[in-house]
Design a protein around this ligand. Structure first.
Ligand code: NDP
Ligand code: AKG
Length: 445
C-alpha cells in the first residue's frame, strides 16, 4: 500500500458514510503522489492527515415557524476546515440533500480553491437541510434569522466569512446579515459576502463565478490554439452561476443552446434568450420549462441535460455535484464536446474525470474554474475593510487577472511534475502546496 493509500484508508475509516467527502479527498490526494515524493517534509509533518480533518465542525438546531404557526426544526452546519492562510471562507447551501458529508466535501474543495485565488482566505462551508422551494418570503426570513441566531457566535470578519451557494442568494444574504447586525449591534459588513450593493456588497460579485468560469475556459482554449468565439455551448443549471456563465459566453461570441433545472432542460437552437431566463429564475422563481411558452422553436425535455442528444462544442456543468457520471460523460463526447468547464463544485465523478482526460477533452476543474466567485468575495472583504467601493470595471478587471493567474499556476504546477497540460492535477498541486507550506510553518495544528 502506498503512503497516499494508507492515508486515504484512515480518512475512509473515520468518515465512512460521507461519500461526497471521500470522493473529493480521493480526487485531490491521488494528484499529490509526485508532490509527496519530492517533498518528504509533507509526510514527516502529516500534512495530508491534518488537511483532511476539519479544524472545527459546528452542527446546530434551527427551529422556525411557518405561515400557519407550525414549528419546524432543521439542522445547521458550519465546517471551518482550514484557516492556515486566512479566515475561513465559503458559502452556505440550503438544500434538502445537505448533510455533514456534503458540507465537508465543499469545505475541503474550498481550501484549495481559495489558495489558488492568491488571496488570503482559508476554507470553510456551511448550510442546512432546509428546502427553500415553495416557501413564502416570511418563512425564508424567519428561517434565516433563526439560522444566524446560532451562527453569529462562530463567525466574524477575521474569523469566518460565509456567503451564498445553492439556495442562498441575495435575498437570503440580506436576511442573514440583518439578523447578524441586530444581534451584534454593530455594522460589521465584512462578516458576510454577496451582500446587496446598498450595504457593502461588491459590484460584479453576482456575475463573478459565471464570468470567471468563462475567463478561465477562454484561457484554456487559448493555450490550445482555440477560442470561445463561434462555439456552441450547453449549460446545466439556471441559477446564479449558470446565468452569468451564459451571459459572458454570449458576450464572447458563443451560442448557448441549453440550460436546465432539477426537473429538466430547455433546448433552443437559435440560442437561449437570457432575459427570459433571468426573469423566470431571478424574479419570478419559476421552473425552466416555462421558457418554451415564450419562445417558438425551443423545446423542453424532462431529465438531465447531459443525457440529451444534440450537438455542442463545450459543456459547462453549473448545477450541482456528480451531475456528470461515466454514462453522461460518454454522451457529452458523442455530442461533439471538445471541452468541459466546471462551474459547479465537483460536478464530475472521479471515473468520468479520468475518462475525459484519457479522451483528451480539455477539462477546466471546478477548484480553478469556479474560483472567481470566492475571489470576488475576497475583493468585497477588501472594499469593506477600506470602507470604499471599486467600479464594476475595476472589480471585473481584477477578476479576469485572477482567473488568468489561476490558469497559469495550474499549468506550471502540472508541467513541474511532468504531467503535461493537466489542469486537474495542476490545480490540486498548486492549491495544496501553498496551504501545506503555511501549515508546516505554523507548527502542528
Ligand atoms: N454562487 C457562487 O458564487 C458559487 C457557486 N458554486 C457552485 O455552483 C453550483 C451552482 O450554484 P448556484 O448557481 O449558486 O446555485 P443556485 O441555487 O443559484 O442554482 C442552482 C441550479 O442548479 C440546479 N440544481 C440544484 N440541485 C440540483 C440537483 N440535485 N439536480 C439538478 N439540478 C440541480 C437548480 O435547479 P432547481 O432550481 O430546480 O433546484 C438551479 O438551476 C453549485 O455547485 C455551487 O456549489 C461554485 C462557486 C461559487
Ligand atoms: O463567495 C464565497 O465566499 C463562497 C463561494 C463558494 O461557496 C464557492 O466557491 O463554492
Amino acid at each position: 500500500m502506498s503512503y497516499i493509500q494508507e492515508v486515504l484508508k484512515k480518512v475512509e475509516d473515520r468518515n465512512r458514510d460521507e461519500h461526497e467527502f471521500l470522493q473529493a479527498v480521493e480526487e485531490v490526494f491521488y494528484s499529490l503522489e509526485p508532490v509527496i515524493e519530492k517533498h518528504p517534509e509533507y509526510k514527516e509533518t502529516s500534512v495530508l492527515e491534518r488537511i483532511a480533518e476539519p479544524e472545527r465542525q459546528i452542527i446546530f438546531r434551527v427551529p422556525w415557524v411557518d405561515d400557519n404557526g407550525v414549528v419546524h426544526v432543521n439542522r445547521g452546519f458550519r465546517v471551518q476546515f482550514n484557516g492556515a492562510i486566512g479566515p475561513y471562507k465559503g458559502g452556505l447551501r440550503f438544500h434538502p440533500s445537505v448533510y455533514v458529508g456534503i458540507i465537508k466535501f465543499l469545505g475541503f474543495e474550498q481550501i484549495f480553491k481559495n489558495s489558488l485565488t492568491g488571496l488570503p482566505i482559508g476554507g470553510g462551508k456551511g448550510g442546512s437541510d432546509f428546502n427553500p422551494k415553495k416557501k413564502s418570503d416570511g418563512e425564508i426570513r424567519r428561517f434565516c434569522e433563526s439560522f444566524m441566531t446560532e451562527l453569529y457566535r462562530h463567525i466574524g470578519p477575521d474569523v469566518d466569512v460565509p456567503a451564498g451557494d445553492i439556495g442562498v442568494g441575495s435575498r437570503e444574504i440580506g436576511y442573514l446579515y440583518g439578523q447578524y447586525r441586530r444581534i451584534r449591534g454593530a455594522f460589521k459588513n465584512g462578516v458576510i459576502t454577496g451582500k446587496g450593493l446598498k450595504y457593502g456588497g461588491s459590484l460584479a460579485r453576482k456575475e463573478a463565478t459565471g464570468y470567471g468560469l468563462l475567463y478561465f475556459v477562454e484561457e484554456m482554449l487559448k493555450a490550445n490554439n482555440n477560442s470561445i468565439k463561434g462555439k456552441v455551448i450547453a449549460i446545466s443549471g439556471s441559477g446564479n452561476v449558470a446565468i452569468y456563465a451564459c451571459e459572458k459566453a454570449t458576450e464572447l461570441g458563443a451560442k448557448v443552446v441549453a440550460m436546465s433545472d432539477s426537473a429538466g432542460y430547455i433546448y433552443h437552437a437559435d440560442g437561449i434568450n437570457l432575459d427570459t431566463v433571468k426573469r423566470l429564475k431571478e424574479v419570478e422563481r419559476k421552473r425552466i420549462k416555462e421558457y418554451v411558452k415564450e419562445h417558438q422553436g425551443s423545446k423542453y425535455h424532462e431529465g438531465n441535460v447531459w443525457e440529451g442528444k444534440f450537438k455542442y462544442d463545450i459543456a459547462l456543468p453549473c448545477s450541482t455535484q456528480n451531475d456528470i457520471d461515466m454514462e453522461r460523460a460518454k454522451n457529452i463526447i458523442e455530442n461533439g464536446a471538445i471541452a468541459v468547464g466546471e462551474g459547479a463544485n465537483m460536478p464530475t465523478s472521479n471515473d468520468a474525470i479520468k475518462f475525459f482526460l484519457k479522451k483528451e477533452i480539455l477539462l477546466a476543474p471546478a477548484k480553478a474554474a469556479n474560483a472567481g466567485g470566492v475571489a470576488t468575495s475576497a475583493l468585497e472583504m477588501v472594499q469593506n475593510s477600506m470602507r470604499y467601493s471599486w467600479s464594476f470595471e475595476e472589480v471585473n478587471n481584477k477578476l479576469k487577472d485572477i482567473m488568468i493567474n489561476i490558469h497559469k499556476s495550474a499549468c506550471e504546477a502540472s508541467k513541474e511534475y511532468g504531467l503535461g497540460y493537466n489542469l486537474v492535477a495542476g490545480a490540486n498541486i498548486a492549491g495544496f502546496k501553498k496551504v501545506a507550506e503555511a501549515m508546516i510553518t505554523q507548527g502542528i495544528y
